[in-house]
Design a protein around this ligand. Structure first.
Ligand SMILES: Nc1ncnc2c1ncn2[C@@H]1O[C@H](COP(=O)(O)OP(=O)(O)O)[C@@H](O)[C@H]1O
Ligand SMILES: [Mg+2]
Length: 362
């Protein structure tokens, strides 16, 4: 059991501010992912939580106890890094046992904990091997095993899968999901730049940008109701199509005079309109038209890279017969429009001022 609370946390390296006042509460047993562009402060925030960096101002609490000055080893936190940081001269068993020996546990207790972690991570056949005789995925599992044996209340992962190839990432991701289920009381924070990992593993996602939180929410909330242009462009792949628009009455006017009904009286005159590639529906009378510049066939779906008055990407069924150079028209799926004011804030977000039916969708 471990509940985390960060209040107005800042971090400055020398004179360079990196975190600008982070307010965040993480419930016991929750799995939270930190996402954001490279250099936005994800690792720094994680290291502040671990105690590897000192917080410049603000407070960090675990279960109500202020941790600002508490040593890393006293926080009940285990951290798994991107580079596995295994000891090359120790076997898998010794790597997993080392921290427990340092902590002065009895041999029998150590053996039992290592055996249990190894079983859970399918490492039992490899306990006598050295790291150099393991695959990248197995090494990463040993690093995770070390965290499990510590029986910490909080696990921190900093891009743990980023050194693995695509297939191994996918299988290790599934193992992590199983691990999360098997440790329901353990609070986990997971830094990644991989959206799929964040979307599939996390109970909640924290989107960071330049040391500030842009939005916190369940993965599906961020996908359906991004609070601002940044989150709209960051969550979803391929990224949401975003068009600068003028608002005239209940219409959005795109470049080239393309008009789209919004059904809303918007605070004008300027803003942005967002449409996810998967929310564009082929229609002979569609309001959005263009020429197919390029097709990416992905089997089940195809991505149509469209060019015209505005450029955009549409994701349509792989079954539809379309050729490059062809002209296509699309309509937005009902309720699929994302509208943003001149400051980039969503006006179709549930917390915005718009009536509820305007953003609800099936
Ligand atoms: N020890 C440090 N000293 C000085 N600057 C640092 C240090 N650690 C990180 N930074 C800077 O802080 C910013 C955030 O870094 P980081 O937290 O590693 O980002 P992310 O993990 O999101 O890629 C970057 O500009 C980075 O150069
Ligand atoms: Mg990092």
């Amino acid at each position: 059991m471990a509940e985390l609370a960060l209040r107005a946390v800042t971090k400055t390296f020398g004179t360079m501010p990196v975190l600008h006042g982070i307010d965040l509460e993480i419930r016991s047993g929750e799995f939270v992912a930190f996402v954001g562009p490279s250099g936005c402060g994800k690792s720094t925030l994680l290291r502040c939580i671990a105690g590897l960096e000192e917080i410049t101002s603000g407070t960090f609490q675990i279960d109500g106890r202020v941790m600002n000055k508490v040593a890393p080893a006293e926080r009940g936190i285990a951290m798994v890094f991107q580079s596995y940081a295994l000891y090359p001269h120790m076997t898998v068993f010794e790597n997993m046992a080392f921290g427990l020996q340092v902590a002065g546990l009895q041999r029998a207790e150590i053996a039992a904990r290592v055996a249990q972690a190894a079983e859970r991570l399918q490492l039992t056949p490899y306990l006598k091997r050295y790291p150099k005789a393991l695959s990248g995925g197995q090494r990463q599992r040993v690093a995770i095993g070390r965290a499990i044996t510590r029986q910490a209340g909080v696990f921190l992962f900093d891009e743990p899968l980023s050194n693995l190839d695509a297939a191994l990432r996918a299988s290790t991701r599934v193992e992590l999901a199983a691990l999360k289920k098997s440790l329901p009381g353990t609070t986990m924070i997971y830094v990644t730049h991989d959206q799929v990992e964040a979307m599939t593993l996390a109970d909640r996602i924290v989107v960071l940008r330049a040391g500030r939180i842009e939005q916190v929410g369940r993965p599906i909330e961020l996908y359906r109701h991004p609070a601002n242009l940044f989150v709209a462009g960051f969550i979803g792949s391929p990224a949401m199509n975003i068009f600068p628009v003028g608002f005239q009455g209940q219409e959005a006017v795109l470049k080239g005079g393309l008009r789209m009904a919004t059904g809303l009286d918007l605070p004008g005159p300027q803003g942005h309109l967002g449409l996810r590639p998967e929310d564009l529906v082929l229609s002979e009378t569609g309001c959005l038209s263009g020429q197919v510049r390029l097709i990416e066939h992905l089997g089940e779906v195809q991505l149509l890279h469209m060019t015209g008055a505005v450029d955009f990407i549409a994701k349509v069924s792989g079954q539809v017969r379309i050729a490059e150079g062809q002209t296509c028209r699309f309509d937005p799926a009902p309720g699929a429009l994302h509208l943003f004011d001149a400051q980039g804030q969503s006006v179709t977000h549930p917390c915005g001022f718009m009536p509820k039916r305007a953003f609800e969708r099936g």
